[in-house]
Design a protein around this ligand. Structure first.
Ligand SMILES: [Zn+2]
Length: 127
């Protein structure tokens, strides 16, 4: 009974990892540097390494304000799934809350009417 060629499998795993290490996949186009850094922070807290691309352009162009530059977020292939899930959750959280036009109270998006005065939002959200 022959033992399986562990060394070859091991070598392929290393090479595969090395290849993955050098690959970054763009996952999200942030509207500006601020959003990019916020998302980068959120992902890194979850243990996902993030690279930003596009910021260098801002420095090169000089005059353009930082918030006018779109920044691409890149993650490693192995982090792609969890990063997508995190970003999806982030975007759900981003559902705009609304302010009551009657009393100015801040309401979560899920509230159909103002929890403070019962007023309906001026622009009912979809969904
Ligand atoms: Zn109200």
């Amino acid at each position: 009974m022959m033992s399986p060629p562990f060394s070859i499998v091991f070598l392929m795993t290393i090479l595969g990892d090395r290849k993955a290490m050098s690959e970054w996949i763009s996952i999200y186009q942030a509207a500006n540097s601020l959003e990019a850094h916020m998302l980068k922070g959120a992902l890194e807290v979850a243990g996902i390494r993030v690279q930003l691309r596009g910021e260098a352009l801002a420095g090169a162009l000089g005059e353009l304000p930082a918030n006018a530059i779109e920044v691409m977020l890149l993650v490693k292939p192995r982090d792609l799934e969890s990063a997508r899930r995190l970003l999806a959750r982030y975007q759900q959280d981003e559902q705009p809350a609304w302010y009551c036009s009657q009393c100015g109270e801040h309401n979560a998006d899920s509230f159909e009417i103002c929890w403070q005065c019962g007023h309906e939002p001026a622009h009912p959200h979809e969904g």
